[in-house]
Design a protein around this ligand. Structure first.
Ligand SMILES: CC(C)(COP(=O)(O)OP(=O)(O)OC[C@H]1O[C@@H](n2cnc3c(N)ncnc32)[C@H](O)[C@@H]1OP(=O)(O)O)[C@@H](O)C(=O)NCCC(=O)NCCS
Length: 209
């Protein structure tokens, strides 16, 4: 019996898709639906990261306007925060303990095709109790383990030593200075750009055990 020649075989290897706008469902936060169901909210050490609801926005604005926070983060109105809850690519989070919210975090570009997410803002009410550190760890867990991004980056003001030290201790690396990139009063302020890559995140996590 003649042996038939082998059929040519075509193997298609597909990379895991990054979060893209066409995966979105209505509502917030706008992330991949299956992942949202299975993996959120996230909790570490009694602190929970959960989606911000419209009725949380008064708390968010109140916190943002406190003088020790207003020095370091930009100010939005309640309407601007509400609008951001529905904006594609934005993830708005409340950081909460069982007795209520302790802070919030705002991410942009969670749909970036290059997998690069901006941690735009994080604010914690009771400073120096460890909530900021745990809050950033929760944000990173979301970015790298839920949204499966490749890089998280942020801008930190040159005089914001507390925030900068916290990011560096969590493994962030300085990329450089974005010169006079943010309006401040009548002038402009320069910002330090820090980032954390997925492999660096995984190494730091392994180191923490
Ligand atoms: C920055 C911020 C989120 C940190 O949250 P926090 O709850 O105060 O921080 P933590 O208690 O988790 O402390 C984090 C680290 O900073 C250190 N720290 C605390 N106060 C500090 C200070 N005044 N100066 C320098 N380091 C300080 C802590 O020892 C801790 O170190 P560790 O990570 O080695 O344990 C919070 O202070 C905040 O909301 N600041 C105003 C808004 C802001 O600056 N946001 C960031 C914009 S980029």
């Amino acid at each position: 019996m003649p042996v038939s020649p082998c059929e040519p075989v075509c193997i298609v290897v597909r990379a895991r898709p990054l979060v893209k706008p066409d995966h979105y469902q209505p509502g917030y936060p706008r992330i991949m639906p299956g992942l949202e169901r299975d993996q959120l909210p996230l909790t570490i050490g009694g602190l929970t990261l959960r989606p911000t609801r419209p009725d949380d926005c008064a708390f968010v604005v109140g916190l943002e306007r406190q003088p020790d926070n207003a020095r370091h983060v930009e100010q939005w109105s309640e309407a601007e925060h509400r609008a951001s809850l529905q904006r594609p690519g934005t993830a708005h989070w409340i950081l909460e303990r069982p007795d209520g919210p302790v802070g919030y975090a705002l991410l942009e570009d969670v749909d970036d095709p290059n997998g690069s997410i901006l941690l735009r803002r994080i604010v914690i009410a009771g400073k120096g109790r460890g909530d900021g550190r745990t809050g950033v760890r929760l944000v990173l867990r979301y970015c790298f383990e839920v949204a499966r991004c490749h890089r998280v980056w942020l801008n930190v003001a040159l005089d914001n030593r507390r925030a900068e030290g916290l990011y560096r201790r969590l493994g962030f690396v300085e990329e450089g200075i974005a010169r006079e990139s943010v309006r401040k009063g009548e002038g402009f302020a320069s910002m330090r750009v820090l980032s954390l890559l997925e492999q660096e995140y995984r190494n730091a996590r392994k180191g923490r055990g």
